[in-house]
Design a protein. Structure first.
Lengths: 379, 620
């Protein structure tokens, strides 16, 4: 080591200096501040959206406490350990998904939870982390850009859990999980001809998928999206009301706690999936821009971490986690504003709910682990 | 030439990752741009559209309760009206701290436990932003206090509602009945649409019987409300249709005369027009203040009324069932004539008692305990009615038999409810052998016929029934269904057709003459009352035993507890030549009918006939 260091003076000083606080505690401060800002903003909106029930806000704050703890814990784990454990986490996730189909508990006609000692747990959430880790583990060990045979193997790794989640049925999560895997493939440098080929195939298979794969309620959602006026009081109600809420907010909004759509109970699911409509109504476009700005900064920071990561595994994981986060935001804000079908994706870190918050924050913990790993190679 | 074994190339991987990152960033920016464009389009470009849409959401359909119909007496005197009453309500969404607000209100306005209790029930069933009433009938002073303190009582509303009011109070409490707040059971039964916005419903009496006419039709309005649910403007309106105004045949003056005459006693007076069945007076005393019930009577007031031994809530005129006593003798006398059991000339010997053939039980005449003898050795029907001879009717009833007696008497309206247009009317009992078999499961004994023959025993009748039966006598056989309703919104209601009780004209005359003699004959039982009367009257007294007096026991009215004294009854009509009014009077525990009830009958009839004469004179 000494020889090596002697030949690389700048690296020597890098190794010799005392590690920064961020490295010692594995905290990425820019990311942490952005997340805290988002949390505070989100809780304020939630207070209004939940009909000014302090209890709902306190419960969500408790979820956040747990989630931040999980994030900090996840940040302490070294990237190499994640790499070694990736296949095991993935296989464990798969096993749990099978278990859900066999022993799972249902709600609203879907079977998504495992109940262990009174604690409810959604294995598809674990898969949102396991998938990028597994694909990155697999592809980082291969020659990149991946060859066809590796691509096909990767597609199998993506397809199996996705199919299991579709069976629950939870199309939205299945798409997100698949997306997190496909992102890894894309970032690993999969050749354009494969991408175009896949797109052509996808278009060709869309019709059979529509007929055989989708559930009635999923088809209904897509149809409702295309013309929400079709069924004003039924399936179109949510979209019409949320668009009305957003639109009537204007530039400056109706003021905190003063949204008529949300406060007079016209807006359904106002504290969960449709919370962005409350924000848009009460804080106006200004508030939406502020929210998007925070998201954008988080997103940029995630990519910055990916760009500066030291090996392919880290890069791929960072990219996948960041992009999945972006997809959440885009899909949720798109669906509430009537751009996309209503698929049941929460607005990350703003919608009420415990599981998704913990999963997302665990992902940010992994990002922090990548960001704060001791540098061995000068960038 | 490709190498045989490909090697990982970190530089290539890093470079590819870099270009892909740039690519993804561009895509992400484009998507972000699309999102921004979408929100911009919704919130800026289409702002006006959605603003209106959101406003339309806040437009509410409100119900407008109709004004309840008024009730008048036959001369247009107001009996039931609607008065504005100031109501204290809370809009819970606007009240920051309910407990504090209630405490603050408690210092300004007297809020009772039951107010709070009812308020809680109403709060649970309210619609969002609906004002929930807490306290009714605010006084001027309380309203002023609330106005002064309004700034520190957000969400507190004072507004005027129309509340039923009975200006005549106790005088008409039984005749009209009353409205009250709709209770849960009624809520389940009534048509929700008709009662949207209406809080009161007829509970009893005319108010209940004519509920459908009085209610009216609910109206609607579309109102625009602000974020706090306050009405900003009315967009569209369908006016409610007020309920129909009812004119009753009751006459306040006659009602008042009867009420005053009964003052301090428990009793009832029913006055009726024999020409069409209209009731002129319907009084039961003691009465109560119907206004107490309109917004929910307080527990204290209610238990005071319920525990009163005089039973002020009991409508004696239609619910009270009394042995009619001798008041039914004219009908039985007519039956004897019609069946040919007696003629006007038939006489009997009355030693003061009657013994059934083959039995030794003595049925005593009322004269026996008064003067120790009977009515004499040759008592005919005229005298028997005039002096109210019991032995004559013991004999007549025995010879007629219970079933023929029943058959002849039933068409006079005894034994079944008369169908008067009010609630809770009872039917009394007109016994027959079949009735006893069904009701008691026993056979009829001849001795029981004797008791029925003088209107005692199983026989029971309400004052309204007695008035109807007497009006059949007065009109020589025309029976009308008694009724209170005279006109709806000024349109007279159709007079029901009479059913006819057939009897020989000469026989009617015998009975009429005898009833005339009761007032105006030398030996008439009510001759003291008939003296000096401005009109010729006809009538019949009755005395109903409250407790059985054993055969040889002495009856001493003075010594008896007041409540064990006999009920005094009287039926009458006037003028004798052309009957215009029929009256039945019951005075509970009043003693003899001729002494206590007859004067009341006379006063009521005179009041009515005098007014009529006055009217004719005024017109002439």
């Amino acid at each position: 080591m000494a020889e090596y260091v002697r030949q690389m003076p700048s690296a020597a000083s890098d190794l010799a200096r005392r590690p920064a606080i961020s490295e010692r505690f594995h905290i990425d401060f820019p990311l942490l501040f952005l997340l805290l800002a988002l949390t505070v903003y989100g809780l304020a909106v939630l207070y209004s959206a939940s009909g000014q029930r302090l209890g709902a806000v306190i419960r969500q704050a408790e979820y956040f406490l747990v989630a931040y703890a999980v994030m900090l814990a996840a940040a302490q784990v070294s990237v190499q350990r994640y790499r070694r454990w990736a296949p095991i986490i993935y296989l464990g996730g798969l096993a749990l998904l099978v278990a859900v189909l066999v022993f799972g508990v249902g709600a609203k006609g879907a079977q998504r939870w495992l109940s262990i000692g009174g604690f409810r747990f959604q294995p598809s959430e674990l898969m949102k982390l396991a998938m990028p880790l597994m694909l990155s583990w697999y592809l980082a060990a291969r020659i990149l850009p991946p060859r066809l045979i590796n691509i096909l193997a990767a597609l199998v790794l993506i397809g199996v859990p996705a199919a299991l989640i579709v069976r629950q049925p939870d199309l939205g999560t299945a798409l997100l999980v698949s997306a997190s895997g496909l992102i890894v493939l894309f970032m690993a440098g999969i050749r354009w001809r494969f991408i175009f080929g896949a797109l052509v195939l996808a278009v060709l298979s869309a019709w059979p998928a529509w007929v055989y794969l989708l559930h009635d309620y999923q088809r209904q959602r897509i149809l409702t999206l295309l013309s929400p006026e079709r069924d004003k009081l039924g399936s179109g109600w949510n979209i019409i009301q949320s668009k009305t809420a957003i639109g009537s907010g204007g530039w400056s909004g109706k003021g905190w706690l003063n949204g008529t759509q949300s406060q007079l109970d016209f807006l359904p699911e106002s504290h969960t999936d449709f919370i962005i409509a409350v924000l848009a109504e009460e804080f106006g476009l200004r508030g939406v821009i502020l929210l998007l700005a925070i998201y954008l900064l988080i997103f940029v920071r995630g990519f910055w971490i990916g760009m500066h990561a030291q090996d392919s595994f880290s890069r791929l994981v960072a990219a996948a986690l960041t992009l999945t986060f972006f997809i959440y935001v885009f899909v949720n804000m798109g669906m509430v504003s009537g751009l996309l079908p209503v698929v049941g994706v929460p607005l990350p870190l703003v919608s009420a709910g415990g599981t998704s918050v913990v999963t997302l924050m665990a992902g940010f913990g992994i990002l922090m682990a990548i960001s704060t790993e001791r540098r061995l190679v000068i960038q | 030439m490709a190498p045989a074994v490909a090697l990982k190339d970190p530089y290539l991987e890093s470079r590819v990752y870099g270009t892909r990152t740039v690519f993804v960033l561009v895509i992400a920016m484009v998507l972000m741009g699309i999102l921004m464009a979408r929100y911009f389009s919704l919130q800026i470009t289409q702002y006006e559209t959605y603003r209106t849409e959101s406003d339309r959401n806040r437009v509410q359909l409100q119900s407008l309760p109709p004004k309840r119909g008024l009730i008048f007496d036959r001369n247009g005197v107001l009996l039931a009206e609607n008065r504005p009453s100031f109501v204290l309500s809370l809009v819970l969404e606007r009240v920051p701290d309910l407990a504090n607000t209630l405490a603050a209100l408690g210092e300004l306005v007297e809020i009772s436990e039951s107010d709070l209790e009812k308020f809680e029930t109403r709060s649970r069933r309210r619609r969002p932003y609906e004002a929930v009433p807490l306290h009714f009938r605010l006084s001027e002073e309380e309203r002023a206090l609330l106005a002064v303190n309004r700034y520190r009582l957000p969400g507190v509303v004072v507004d005027a509602q129309l509340i039923r009011h009975y200006p005549q109070g106790e005088l008409f409490s039984h005749a009209l009945g009353y409205v009250g707040r709709i209770n849960e059971e009624e809520q389940r039964q009534l048509d929700e649409v008709d009662y949207r916005g209406t809080n009161h419903i007829g509970k009893i009496g005319v108010e209940k019987y004519y509920e459908d006419q009085l209610l009216g039709q609910v109206g609607y309005q579309n109102v625009e409300t602000n974020a706090l649910g306050r009405v900003l403007r009315v967009l569209e309106r369908t006016d409610p249709q007020p309920g129909a105004d009812l004119t009753l045949s009751l006459d306040v003056a006659v009602q008042q005369a009867a009420f005053t005459a009964l003052e301090g006693r428990r009793g009832a007076v029913v006055a009726m027009d024999p020409g069409n069945g209209e009731l002129i007076a319907l009084v039961s005393t003691p009465g109560f203040d119907s206004n107490l019930f309109v917004n929910g009577i307080s527990a204290r007031d209610y238990s005071a009324l319920r525990e009163d031994l005089d039973l002020p809530l009991f409508n004696r005129a239609v619910q009270g069932q009394y042995p009619p006593g001798s008041t039914v003798k004219p009908i039985f006398g007519l039956a004897g004539l019609e069946y040919g059991l007696v003629t006007a000339e038939t006489t009997i010997r009355d030693p003061g008692w009657y013994i059934l053939p083959g039995e030794d039980r003595r049925f005593r005449d009322w004269t026996l305990r008064v003067r120790g003898t009977g009515h004499g050795n040759a008592v005919d029907l005229h005298q028997a009615i005039e002096e109210s001879c019991d032995v004559y009717f013991y004999d007549l009833a025995y010879r007629m038999g219970i079933d023929r007696l029943h058959e002849f008497t039933a068409p006079f309206g005894l034994g079944t409810a008369t169908g008067l247009d009010t609630t809770n009317e009872r039917g009394g009992i007109l016994p027959s052998s079949r009735w006893k078999r069904t009701a008691r499961g026993e056979v009829w004994f001849p001795g029981e016929t004797l008791n029925v023959g003088i209107g005692q025993g199983y026989m029971l009748a309400t004052p309204v029934q007695l008035a109807v039966a007497t009006s059949v006598l007065a009109s020589r056989g025309r029976r009308y269904t008694p009724h209170l309703l005279r006109a709806v919104d000024g349109e007279p209601v159709k007079v029901p057709t009479a059913s006819v009780v057939e009897a020989n004209e000469a026989n009617w005359q015998v009975i009429h003459a005898a009833m005339h003699a009761v007032f105006h004959g030398e030996r008439g039982s009510a001759r003291a009352v008939g003296r000096g009367s401005a009109f010729t009257m006809a009538g019949k007294s009755g005395t109903a035993q409250v407790i059985g007096i054993a055969q040889d026991e002495e009856y001493d009215a003075e010594a008896l507890e007041e409540r064990y004294r006999d009920h005094g009854l009287f039926v009458a009509f006037a003028p004798y030549e052309d009957p215009q009014i029929v009256v039945s009077v019951v005075v509970e525990n009043g003693g003899g009918g001729s002494t206590v009830a007859a004067p009341i009958a006379r006063e009521v009839m005179e009041q009515y006939l005098m007014n009529q004469q006055q009217e004719l004179a005024d017109r002439g």
